[in-house]
Design a protein around this ligand. Sequence first.
Ligand SMILES: *Cc1c(COP(=O)(O)O)cnc(C)c1O
Length: 468
Amino acid sequence: MSQPSQPSQPSQRRTIIEPFRIKSVEPLALTTRPQREGFLAAARYNPFLLRADQVLIDLLTDSGTGAMSAAQWAAIMLGDESYAGSRSFFHLETKVRELTGKKHVIPTHQGRAAEHILFQVVNREGMVVPANSHFDTTRANCEVLGGLALDLLPLASLDPSDNGLFKGDIDIEKLERVLVEYGDRVPFVLMTVTNNKAGGQPVSLANLHAVRALCDRFGLPLYLDAARFAENAWLIKEREVGQGERTARDIAHEMFALCDGFTLSAKKDGLVNIGGLLCIDNDDWADTARSMLILTEGFPTYGGLAGRDLEALAVGLEEILDEDYLRYRIASIRYLFEKLDAIGVPMMRPPGGHAVFIDAGAFYPHIPAWQYPGMALTNELYLEGGVRAVEIGTVMFGHPDPAGGHDHCADLELVRLAFPRRTYTQSHVDYLVEVIESVWQRREFARGYRITSQKQVLRAFTAQFDQV
Ligand SMILES: *Cc1c(COP(=O)(O)O)cnc(C)c1O
């Protein structure tokens, strides 16, 4: 007789395992602390300037850094490299239409190329684009055309200690005010799922429905920045009332049905190393987009990608909605979060989709924002264990004071640990916890940094530092 208390499926056990095994391995560089001290000094204390083979666990980004499956590598060999009318394009188009219901499927070399084209298509005098929040390339592509990119998150969503379940939701009242105020200057409303900026936080279906209703009232299209659509769908399944019994695919389908089009960086939930999509229902917009595509990306049936890339993406979009994968993916982020929480490490709450964000300002309260506590923590993580994270604080979003005083500082000093998909195992995460715990125990000895050299734009990528 079976005992009812025995879990019958792997997913019901306490340990959520990686739902894959490893067929091809890539060695990691084990370095010593004195070596890392030398590497970091040579990189002028900016981990962006390290060589990747000086890094043991690379959590700089989850973009294009994941592992492809055996099925994707097999699909690579099936790529049709015809210039026009490639079979691989039609394969991808069918998959994307099945999943999203969108009429026009336009491949691009990555997400920002899709954004660039979309903003050019809709560009108008005094353009204003409201969003829950714009990803940095999205904002830049809007602003470079003279547009105003408005982020409309409720205040609580920017508070790291707030435990809201859908901190990616847009503030509907703020959105309504913006639509009334700017009228025809708004070409569409944009929703980023999940919301990268607020910590990989999901947007609820209820919020998407409310935005849709407002867009209908104002006669406006709704677009998604769908880079992490599958993680968002899974978090809706886990967190939103009444959604627990649905499949992630079904929820994703509803998210896409609510919008009129989307841009997508395939380097995230496309499970590929390069690629993007621009999908549009409106025939006229799609016509204009294709003309621009030919100018900068390529013919509409390949858009800056090889036929094999299109094949790998078609398979990736199928695999990403596998529920065993999604359960493991979200559980692995939560696993790290809970271990660090137990130690007392201050973090952006609750755990989200693709990354853990440490609140470096609270981690190092003795280091002022203008001495970059996030940089201090990022560098300590590298020196302690060869871990590469990224500062998302004043180095990234602050500005030098033209009068020569302290920097104009960011609202939050965060350090992001972003997880490449299907790449690291639980023992890597256990090692990471050990590294962070050592850094946490010696936190009062950490010192801040000053910038010795920086560029006008996007200084985080190339700035050079010294310890103060
Ligand atoms: C990565 C990303 C982009 C830009 O895509 P790229 O493929 O890097 O050009 C846009 N929006 C979001 C939310 C992203 O995460």
